[in-house]
Each structure stands twice: as C-alpha cells, then as structure tokens.
Design a protein around this ligand. Sequence first.
Ligand SMILES: [Zn+2]
Length: 101
Amino acid sequence: MNEEGQGEERRGRGGRGGGGFRRPRGCEFCRAKTDIVDYKDTSLLRRYITERGKMEPRRKASTCARHQRAVAQAVKRARHLALLPYTAEHVRVSGIHLGRR
Ligand SMILES: [Zn+2]
C-alpha cells in the first residue's frame, strides 16, 4: 500500500475561503477597453459612489487606479451638473445621537 498522501496536492495557495461572492478582479473599464468614463451615465457612476454620494473605496469598486481617477473626475463633473448629489440630501450626518437623552 502506497499511501503517500496523494490528493493533498491542491493545498497551498489559493486556499482562502469566505467572502462568498467572487467578484471579477480588475476594473470594468479596462475590460471594456475604454479610457472614457461618461459623466452623463449616472447609473454607472452611482455604482462607484456610496449612497451618501462619496467615492467608493477602490478595493470595493475594484477599479484600477487609472480608471478610478477617471471615475472620480466624472463624478465631480456629474456633481457639478447636478446629475449626482454632493452628499445624499436625506442623510445629513451632523450630530444626531440616537437614543441619547
Ligand atoms: Zn482600468
């Protein structure tokens, strides 16, 4: 009997479980092979900002640095044209302490 531990081969790297949904790595603009982020495409831009209107962190948006800048630029432009909010108008975080009396 030769049981030298075959089947133990696929250990090593890549053994990180968890996370659930496996999102494609790399930014979609690179995959689309475009350098232009359309600032008028708010439905697109909204995916790169939080619901409070801030830029989504890059690791979450999985955009490369280059296109992240392009997106940021587009977001700014869109904000300027009032296509996107600077901040979410209903979420005004000033000094609201819930349950504090
Ligand atoms: Zn890119």
